[in-house]
Design a protein around this ligand. Structure first.
Ligand SMILES: *[C@@H]1O[C@H](CO)[C@@H](O)[C@H](O)[C@H]1NC(C)=O
Ligand SMILES: *[C@@H]1O[C@H](CO)[C@@H](O)[C@H](O)[C@H]1NC(C)=O
Ligand SMILES: *[C@@H]1O[C@H](CO)[C@@H](O)[C@H](O)[C@H]1NC(C)=O
Ligand SMILES: *[C@@H]1O[C@H](CO)[C@@H](O)[C@H](O)[C@H]1NC(C)=O
Length: 574
């Protein structure tokens, strides 16, 4: 009996073993037959893997310099530039000696006020004048604030005329702010002032940016045969465990993953957003980020918020009326009128209402778009708007790319590729993970080449030095491109405003975006590149802020892009 059992057990064991071998062989054959099945299996596997991720979250060194200076040391000139750029975005904060404020001592939009200052002739304004609005901030107890640093947005608009312009906000650092607007249209205009964050909230954001670049983390899947592991990745990781070093050979851009336990570093298959760390702020700090209380809340006028703008005073002046667009900080670079964007100074805006006009403009062009999802949106707009522009199926993952569209009738090629790490997309294959500067080095360029860049949203969790370094590499590549092919058209899309709640604020606040945006403009100043001012196009529009602006705004952006590609005077040319 006992012997028999053992015999059966042995037989059973062999049966099970051969079953397993049979199964494995079959899976192997299936792998050869059917890529789709395997990729489904593999997706399932990576989904299972990813659920294990948060277990070994990296601790982080709370060290201001840890992240930014990993990688190549900047040259002395680069360091001078970096210092200049960082100075240009310095932001006043609450006095550092004071103890952490209680909510009651922080800026309260409801208690704060703004007033329209009288013009030189009392209450009469003309087109071409400047309107000044004075904002006074108060705390929750109604006491005037004595220091600056609140993040305010101001807009002058007219719903009847479909008109709007972003104001320039000047911080007097004593609780008072001026909002300045050029008066650009005749008729009614009303002022809108919004407190995006209190100065106390900005101080928290600044600390997060310097000390918690780990608050968004990344992951990579490593795979060899049937073995797979997923580890955490980032721009910088504490060197307390073995690391895989994916520092880019050409640019020196740093990127690291924890080394998988069993697999080698060169088995990395993909790169993906890992997740967002929670509990970044104290309960007390969380009170500074309340939707409807102190995130993007309107400030009320003490008197009227409306003015009536008379025609321009002197007809002769009108010819000279080009208002100087100080488009570094928040000077108006354009405005909406009848819901169409009108740039100030520079190109004349054309409207491309018909898909045929777009196709005609882009005829014989290759349009290369690189960056985050805010330029992918342009790609999507174009393929949706122009029926002849057909997306070519590259079997790329949805929303990730790379993407390509072709109009063979008009000989148009449009491509989109996401920027390199720290891209926060779902899953990018390692083989498709490229730095923009390296991609630019691979372009011949020329009069039929258009390059469109948008790189900002995925850098807001890192110290600004990281962004400066990235833009420096891109700028060098652009300089090389424009040297070998000066006729290449380069268009840069700036950052834009987005919807904020507490959670989004901590990772992606408009305050981070604003700081990056100022750097972006300064970095490409003097270079032969054109800007689509997405910041002001979203700040001046009546539509609520959204990371991916609505079609009405995207149309204006695309019209601006196409006006650069096909300026008015070449209308009749190819
Ligand atoms: C941050 O880390 C670097 C390198 O590990 C070290 O040299 C520096 O002293 C640290 N700074 C602070 C403020 O702890
Ligand atoms: C990663 O590699 C780069 C380039 O080879 C090197 O400069 C850097 O020091 C390496 N990082 C670490 C932490 O070893
Ligand atoms: C227009 O501007 C030019 C140059 O700035 C100046 O010489 C000219 O007098 C101005 N014309 C009028 C009518 O203001
Ligand atoms: C494009 O459409 C807008 C809005 O319908 C209209 O105001 C404008 O005149 C049109 N422009 C052209 C060039 O057709």
């Amino acid at each position: 009996m006992c012997r028999n059992l053992t015999k059966y057990a042995v037989i059973f064991f062999f049966l099970a073993l051969s079953g397993l071998i049979f199964l494995l062989r079959n899976i192997h054959t299936v792998e050869n037959w059917n890529c789709h099945t395997i990729s489904t299996l593999y997706q399932l596997q990576s989904r299972i893997q990813s659920s294990f991720i948060p277990v070994n979250l990296p601790p982080f060194y709370h060290n201001r310099t840890f992240c930014s200076h990993l990688g190549q040391k900047p040259s002395p000139e680069d360091e001078v530039e970096e210092r200049y750029l960082l100075d240009s975005i310095s932001w006043p904060g609450p006095p550092s000696h004071s103890s952490p404020p209680t909510l009651r001592q922080t800026s309260d939009p409801v208690h704060s006020l703004f007033a329209i200052l009288p013009s030189k002739e009392g209450r009469e304004w003309h087109v071409g004048d400047q309107l000044e609005v004075l904002v006074q901030m108060h705390d929750f107890l109604g006491r005037p604030k004595r220091y600056g640093g609140d993040f305010l947005l101001a807009r002058l608009h007219s719903p009847e005329l479909g008109a709007g312009v972003a104001g320039k906000v000047v911080d007097h650092r004593n609780g008072f702010y001026s909002a300045l607007f050029p008066l650009l249209w005749e008729g009614s205009a009303q002022v809108e002032v919004v407190m995006v964050h209190s100065s106390e909230a900005v101080a928290v954001l600044r600390r997060l940016r310097e000390e918690r670049p780990d608050r968004v983390f990344f992951k990579s899947l490593f795979r060899l045969g049937f073995l797979s592991e997923t580890t955490v990745c980032n721009m910088c990781l504490p060197p307390d465990q073995p690391l895989c070093n994916y520092t880019d050979l050409y640019t020196g851009e740093p990127w690291y993953c924890y080394k998988p336990k069993m697999l080698s570093c060169d088995t990395r298959i993909n790169h993906a957003k890992g997740g967002y760390l929670k509990h970044l702020i104290t309960n007390k700090e969380a009170l500074l980020f309340q939707s409807g209380v102190n995130i993007k809340v309107h400030i009320y006028p003490s008197g009227t918020h409306k003015i009536s703008v008379q025609p321009q005073r002197d007809k002769a002046e009108e010819e000279n009326s080009s208002i100087n667009p100080e488009d570094t900080q928040l000077g108006a670079s354009g405005y909406y009128y009848e819901d169409s964007w009108r740039p100030l100074g520079g190109a004349t805006m054309r409207q491309f209402n018909q898909s045929s006009a777009v196709a005609q403009c882009l005829q014989n062009k290759v349009i290369n778009m690189y960056g985050d999802s805010t330029v992918r949106q342009w790609f999507e707009y174009l393929i949706a708007f122009v029926p002849d522009l057909k997306e070519f199926d590259l079997h790329s993952p949805k929303n990730v790319g790379p993407f390509m569209a072709v109009d063979s009738t008009h000989n148009i090629l449009v491509r989109y590729r996401c920027h390199g790490p720290p891209i926060r997309f779902t899953t990018v294959m390692s083989s498709e993970l490229r730095y923009i500067s390296n991609e630019l080095d691979g372009l011949a360029g020329g009069s039929d080449t258009v390059v469109v860049l948008s790189i900002w949203a995925h850098f807001s969790t890192f110290p600004v030095e990281v962004y400066i370094r990235r833009l420096r590499h891109i700028r060098r590549a652009l300089v090389r491109l424009l040297d070998r092919a000066p006729e290449t058209l380069v268009v840069i899309r700036s950052a834009n405003l987005q919807a904020l709640d507490q959670e989004v604020s901590l990772y992606n606040s408009d305050w981070f975006s604003l700081q990056l945006d100022v750097v972006l403009r300064a970095m490409f100043k003097g270079l032969n590149v054109l800007l689509v001012d997405a910041w002001q196009m979203t700040a001046a529009h009546h539509h609520p802020h959204a990371l991916h602006p609505p079609p009405a705004i995207v149309k204006n952006m695309i019209d601006t892009l196409l006006s650069y590609v096909c300026p008015d005077n070449t209308k009749s040319q190819k």
